[in-house]
Ligand binder design. Structure first.
Ligand code: SAM
Length: 238
């Protein structure tokens, strides 16, 4: 039972309807997973829960899926954003995958003074997030937001959302678990860390809390994963 395929399908879902997959999903079903007409899978869309489905047909352009019954109702999920300064490609990919598994609702690539990466591939990030959501039995896929400059992010920040800024060697409180469903975000800096002027501006904002992840200097990807694991550890968010 562990190997049932789950697909994210951004279309309305209800019992007894028939939906069409993308060509990439049809290829994945037929040629990667060797599924045929009559085989079972599950689908979810981030709004209507998860449904059992049966493959009616598979062609080159699309597969037709017959939706049978609802297997899980849509659940309330944590409202936690990850804001991170993109690092090298493999490390950024790891951050997207693990942040999705841990349950973030949105991911913001943020350019800072010491960012070493000038561009990000948002489509690639979205594909990684979708695959991680399918694999981890989430009922949603996190929003991949457009990349933004740090100061622009701060100017447009919704004040009711607490922003925890991870800073190494700062005399700051430890990052702790947050109550379930509270709107929060974690900001992790680039390989070179935040510039002092950035930390100064951030620390003056009422919605910001500078936090520590312990005495060691972590790689950005470790900091993102360890920070989110702490914030999202509440059993009520399971
Ligand atoms: N180059 C910097 C240095 O040597 O001081 C280290 C930057 S660290 C590799 C990248 C990011 O991870 C930092 O900007 C921060 O957001 C986060 N980070 C790493 N270690 C941390 C810690 N112990 N506590 C909080 N944040 C940490």
């Amino acid at each position: 039972m562990g190997s049932i395929i789950r697909l994210y399908v951004p279309v309305p879902l209800a019992r007894d309807c028939v939906i069409a997959t993308t060509a990439a999903q049809a290829h994945y079903l037929a040629h990667v997973m060797r599924r045929r007409a009559g085989d079972a899978l599950r689908v979810f869309n981030g709004a209507d829960g998860e449904f059992d489905a049966t493959i009616e047909s598979i062609g080159r352009r699309s597969a037709r899926l017959a939706i049978t019954r609802q297997a899980r109702a849509q659940e309330r999920e944590p409202d936690c954003w990850l804001c991170f300064a993109p690092v090298k490609r493999d490390a950024s990919d790891l951050i997207i995958e693990k942040a999705t598994e841990l349950g973030v609702s949105a991911i913001h690539p943020v350019f800072t003074d010491r960012s070493q990466t000038a561009r990000v591939n948002l489509e690639r990030f979205a594909a990684i997030a979708t695959e991680a959501a399918e694999q981890s039995e989430r009922l949603s896929v996190p929003d991949i937001r457009s990349s933004v400059d740090l100061f622009r992010l701060i100017e447009t920040w919704p004040p009711e959302r607490r922003l925890f800024v991870a800073a190494e060697r700062a005399q700051a409180p430890s990052l702790v678990m947050v109550p379930p469903f509270q709107p929060v975000a974690l900001l992790v800096g680039p390989e070179g860390g935040f510039a002092p002027a950035e930390l100064d501006v951030l620390s003056r904002r009422a919605f910001v809390t500078i936090v520590s992840l312990g005495p060691r200097v972590l790689r950005a990807e470790t900091a993102a994963i360890a920070g989110l694991a702490r914030m999202l550890a509440s059993p009520e968010t399971d």
